[in-house]
Write a protein that binds this ligand. Structure first.
Ligand SMILES: [Fe+2]
Length: 409
């Protein structure tokens, strides 16, 4: 059965969307822009642990996954916190694309143990779960009731983050993504109160990250930098962070992928991911993320990998509406030359994005996508765009289906 496209006339949808985006712009200006205190460099998580210890909490909940606890990556960090007299309870039942149930279980654990602060330790999933657990500890309502913007009424418990992948930027953003498996969908909880108090970017903790995850998470960061830069809501502050993200990924991803123990490349990627989070947290993303979220909800395709594959196709679609922006990104990564037209530079940048993906083993298509799902995926991305993203070029259903169709193998 064909997907039901919105009955609201398309020009009216765009007009309503633009009013919403203006509202977001006003919100960004009046709401406090929070940033985490940053601990960076080899050994920085020891310093973060000491900082957490200085709060003199009786007990904290460390939210992570079994991949981390299996390797014992969190052990030293927890020991340093405990050496200050603060006890650490480890909750490692978070899986990729954390579900409402895993988060509710984390809240129950934190309440039972009397935890006074929450630490997210891992990739985007444990950090997102930690954010929502911290909010759930003080807001007496189910996780699902916090869906959407600004529905976290009370301040969460103190929150800290240690990203062990360099991609999501979850350590700095206002959002957390939650999965509802029964409905096969993901949704965001977004509120300035979810920004952690402090984050530790320690390259030593990412040296064991396998190349394919290094690649996918790094391409997620690149997508944040690019989608925020071509957003119509971009500001001078977000643009600076976007450019730093794109430059950082182009400078360091290939080395981090091919030589995982290169601490300079690992730290460069950690910082690029942090800047990526800064770049989009107040100006939003675009259709790459809209499509990627649906691919995660339908098939469980990892977020970074989905973005990496989708990114060049959405740029091809959008480029005639953001040629100058893409040309500027080409300049930022050293592709500029005297006399080059903006159109040629924009094409060169998209080619370079494709080339970087190929260098780090990103495929061009997905076997998982069922042709019958293409209309649903397109509709979901378009709807997400109208709700959240000031994209440079809007899609109609047929445009979306053409773009998604290119992902079929
Ligand atoms: Fe992302």
């Amino acid at each position: 059965m064909p997907e039901q496209v919105s009955r609201v006339p398309y020009p009216l949808r765009i007009a309503m969307h633009k009013v919403l985006m203006r509202g977001f712009d006003v919100g960004v200006k009046v709401l406090p822009a929070k940033q985490p205190r940053l601990f960076i460099g080899p050994g920085s998580i020891d310093r973060l642990a000491g900082y957490i210890g200085s709060y003199e909490f009786d007990r904290v909940l460390l939210v992570t996954d079994t991949g981390i606890t299996g390797l014992g990556l969190h052990t030293r960090f927890a020991e340093v916190i405990e050496s200050s007299g603060t006890k650490v309870t480890v909750y490692d039942s978070v899986e990729p694309n954390p579900t409402e149930q895993q988060i509710e279980q984390g809240i129950a654990t934190a309440k039972r143990e009397g935890c006074e602060a929450i630490i997210g330790f891992g990739g985007g999933s444990p950090i997102d779960a930690a954010k929502v657990i911290a909010a759930g500890m003080t807001n007496d309502k189910p996780v699902a009731k916090m869906e959407g913007p600004f529905r976290v009424r009370k301040w969460p418990l103190p929150l800290f983050a240690v990203p062990t992948t360099a991609g999501t930027g979850a350590e700095v953003t206002i959002a957390a993504v939650v999965t509802n498996p029964a409905e096969r969908r993901k949704y965001a909880i977004a509120d300035y109160k979810l920004v952690p108090l402090a984050a530790g970017l320690d390259p030593q903790i990412t040296v064991g990250l396998p190349p394919h995850i290094t690649a996918a998470t790094g391409m997620d960061a690149l997508t944040h930098g690019i989608e925020s830069y071509i957003s119509k809501r971009a500001t001078p502050e977000s643009e600076r962070a976007s450019i730093a993200t794109v430059r950082g990924v182009f400078a360091h991803l290939h080395t981090a992928y091919s030589n995982g123990s290169d601490l300079v490349a690992r730290e460069g990627m950690a910082m690029a991911a942090f800047e990526g989070g800064m770049s989009f947290t107040s100006v939003g993303l675009g259709y790459v993320h809209g499509i990627a979220h649906k691919l995660g909800g339908l098939y469980g395709i990892p977020h970074g990998l989905a973005n990496a594959v989708v990114l060049p196709h959405v740029l091809d679609y959008s480029k005639d509406a953001c040629t100058a922006r893409l040309a500027n990104l080409a300049g930022a990564v050293g592709l500029g030359a005297n006399g080059s037209s903006e159109a040629a530079l924009a094409d060169a940048f998209i080619d370079a994005v494709r080339g970087l993906g190929a260098e780090v083993g990103i495929p061009e298509t997905f076997e998982e996508i069922q042709p019958a799902d293409v209309p649903l995926i397109a509709k979901s991305a378009i709807d997400e765009g109208f709700e959240l993203y000031a994209v440079p070029k809007y899609m109609r259903q047929a445009d979306g289906e053409r773009v998604v169709g290119k992902l079929l193998s």
